[in-house]
Design a protein around this ligand. Sequence first.
Ligand code: PAF
Length: 272
Amino acid sequence: MASWSETKRRQGRRIAFVPTMGFLHEGHLSLVRHAKERGDCVVVSIFVNPTQFAPTEDFTAYPRDLSRDNRLLQAEAVDVLFHPPVEEIYPTGCQTHVEVETLSKPLCGMLRPAHFRGVATVVTKLFNIVRPHAAIFGEKDYQQLQIIRRLVRDLMLDIEIIGHPIVREADGVAMSSRNAYLNAEERKAAVCLSRSLRKAECMVRRGEASAKAIIEAVGAEIKNEPLAIVEYIKIGDLETLDEVDEIRDSAVLALAVRIGKARLIDNKVLIR
Ligand code: PAF
């Protein structure tokens, strides 16, 4: 992988990179298509990263289908599918981690304390191997995107980080590999996340600025769905993610909800 990138760089080609954990869906493919617009060649990695899963989480159960992913990427004419084995990314004796301290603590970090350390570590390793000029991340993982932006700034990596809008199913559910965990009834219930975000957006459009009022309305909307268990609903600064009481110009509304075996996240940037 590294020598392929070195050759492309010497030829003056711009490498665009899409890191994924596989089990690709239309959301990933839209990142790939965007990568093609932003680079001369595209690398997609598929690596289910063990260090971003807690021992109690779904690392082993995480859905995998490499041959289907491979077919999908070939159809998109991706230049390289990089699929390293775990022992190559984490060789014996490996003991260095990357931690984006403050940004990793709120939201998903509250219940998954080691998650973003695993993400930041693997993304740094992948960047060092793939040596991209640009990397594309989905905005569904809003906190992850802010963490990667901070990491690149703090470590002075010469990589452009590009966020790409959430891709939704026709009924509004954000695409996610973890939607595969939902049965038919749970899948229907999952609509409550995007419905509640739309409700918040309408409130802001009508002039509501109080974070408390919006969070209460979003919570009430989700609680109407008996299968949904709210993990968090927060409104925070777009960059620092610090909670805000009032939406002045804009803020991000982020939520995590459990439905059956799936933990679903979604978000919306609210603009006044
Ligand atoms: O968003 C993901 O799929 C993963 O967190 C990432 C960025 C590929 C790191 O493992």
